[in-house]
Design a protein around this ligand. Structure first.
Ligand code: CTP
Ligand code: MG
Length: 235
């Protein structure tokens, strides 16, 4: 397959988790009348830079996920594949499914409030630096506690950013870093590039671009969803 010469990207939306901390299928929980998963798919499909989307599903939610894609009328933009045991396995399944793409944007389906503006700003930074991840400055003071309950030290907050998605990479660099590092556990794909010494930039995400992890996140997400729906009706 030949590399795309243009700057368009393929989004890989990972939705193959089991929602253990949430206690159930968080991606089909309702937010203002649409499932969590629908919010990011809809928004990413609207991005001028996004030419296609690979939705990574689990054995358990594959049929439901595919039905949602049809219901949203996105079957020409979205293809699906099956994930793996760890998030990073699901990401790699999606990335392998888009061999031939030059740029990939990895996104957690559990972050419903990604916006066109956020993705496009990230794509711009990635084109300049090589790879770019959404992140926000940490608001809390972070303590290093290797052996609880004793605090070892306080990390310098001015240097700390909390990573989000989208995370945008060159397909080639991400695949190469993954191969080089084998199956090493990482919590995001940027860490793979960092470890092989490739540059990764942060770009401003947003505090609203939250990840639904536990049930209390859903209450906050519902408030944000209501506000967004009101705004889109008003405009
Ligand atoms: N994910 C995935 N494949 C996995 C694990 C996670 O595609 N094997 C996806 C989730 O569906 C989610 C995103 O990665 O969209 C972020 O993961 P997380 O918030 O941890 O979701 P879960 O793994 O489902 O939740 P938990 O860790 O509580 O089980
Ligand atoms: Mg998880």
């Amino acid at each position: 397959v030949s590399r795309e010469s243009d700057d368009s990207l393929t989004a890989v939306v990972v939705a193959a988790g089991s929602g253990q901390r949430f206690g159930g299928d968080k991606l089909f929980a309702q937010l203002s009348g649409s499932p969590v998963l629908a919010w990011s798919l809809d928004e990413l499909a609207r991005c001028p830079s996004v030419r296609s989307i690979v939705l990574v599903l689990s054995e358990e939610n594959a049929r439901r996920g595919q039905a949602l894609v049809r219901r949203l009328g996105l079957e020409r933009v979205v293809t699906t594949c099956l994930g793996g045991p760890r998030r990073q396995d699901s990401v790699m399944h999606g990335v392998q499914a888009v061999e031939g793409a030059r740029w990939v944007a990895i996104h957690d389906a559990a972050r419903p409030f990604v916006t066109v503006d956020l993705l496009e700003r990230g794509a711009q930074v990635a084109r300049e630096i090589g790879a770019a991840i959404a992140a926000v400055p940490v608001k809390d003071t972070i303590k290093l506690v290797p052996v609880p309950p004793l605090v070892e030290s306080t990390l310098p907050r001015a240097h700390l950013w909390a990573a989000q998605t989208p995370q945008i990479f060159q397909w080639e660099q991400l695949s190469q870093a993954t191969l080089t590092l084998g199956g090493r556990d990482v919590t995001d794909e940027a860490e793979l590039l960092e470890r092989v010494g490739l540059p990764v930039a942060v770009y401003p995400g947003s505090y609203e671009n939250l990840k639904i992890t536990t049930p209390d996140d859903l209450a906050l997400a519902r408030a944000i969803a209501r506000q967004r729906r009101r705004k889109s009706v008003a405009s």
